[in-house]
Write a protein that binds this ligand. Structure first.
Ligand code: CA
Length: 263
């Protein structure tokens, strides 16, 4: 199995009275959900989403991609049912982004998943890449060439998501499945982080702090210090190099990490 180190932090920020983001750090799955809906219903929606993903992670020793995709569909149904049972929760919804370790073709792989505008980033060799594509109105305007990425960060439409959980029919979740690389680091975050901290600052903070928990704390603190206009939630996932388990195997290929060292 992969050796992961996970750090997580959240803050309601300086403006919002409550925190509608939820975190999952369950074994080999990490996720962030950013709820929306009045009367604290967003908080209910985001908690329902991470609860369903946490349950599927707990129920399986070796997760398959379809297990996670099924759990996202189930989370959508859970939120719809809860909204229909209580008119104060009508229309509540949530984003959901994260990554898990899945078993594909006989080996462990990462699976990144996304619905909405929370994000998963990957840091490798000091280079930060956004893995997910935001399901947001401004992302579509950037793709169409109407806005630049920098304009999108401050555009008043930045909060409008084009996909979320809590909708009928259920949204399609984007997924990416790929083999792990020793030393890589992932960041899962709600939009309250990139709202306040640009990608270069995120990269620099992630690169400077080797400890996953301290890195998560530093990112949340930076977002709050920069304004904290929204709830901010961060999960940092590190893939550790395999520990040395004995003199016979120190130099052995790490065959559980994909297909050896071929590239
Ligand atoms: Ca948010």
């Amino acid at each position: 199995m992969l050796d992961l180190r996970i750090g997580a932090a959240t803050d309601s920020g300086r403006v919002r009275a409550i925190n509608e983001d939820s975190i999952l750090t369950s074994g080999f799955v990490a996720a962030v959900a950013d709820g929306m809906g009045g009367h604290a219903a967003g908080d209910v929606a985001s908690r329902l989403a991470v609860a369903r993903i946490g349950k599927v992670a707990d129920d399986h020793d070796a997760l398959r991609p379809d297990d996670l995709i099924g759990a996202i569909t189930d989370a959508n149904a859970d939120i719809l049912a809860a909204a229909r049972a209580d008119t104060a929760r009508a229309g509540m919804g949530t984003t959901l982004s994260g990554l898990g370790v899945v078993f594909v073709g006989g080996t462990d792989h990462w699976m990144v998943f996304n619905v909405g505008d929370s994000r998963v980033y990957r840091l490798s060799d000091g280079v930060l890449t956004q893995v997910t594509v935001d399901h947001s109105e401004v992302e579509e305007l950037v793709a169409a060439g109407v806005l630049t990425a920098e304009q999108a960060r401050v555009d008043e439409r930045r909060n409008i998501v084009t996909r979320s959980l809590g909708t009928d029919p259920a949204p399609h979740a984007d997924t990416w499945v790929f083999p792990p690389t020793p030393g890589e680091r992932f960041l899962v975050c709600s939009d309250g982080l990139p709202l306040e901290v640009d990608d270069e600052q995120i990269r620099a903070l992630l690169h400077a702090e080797p400890d996953a928990q301290r890195a998560a704390d530093a990112l949340v603190a930076a977002a709050v210090a920069a304004g904290g206009r929204d709830n901010v939630t961060v999960v940092v996932v590190d893939l550790e190099p395999a520990p040395e388990v004995g003199p016979d195997v120190v130099t052995a290929p790490r065959s559980h990490l994909g297909n050896g060292s071929a590239s």
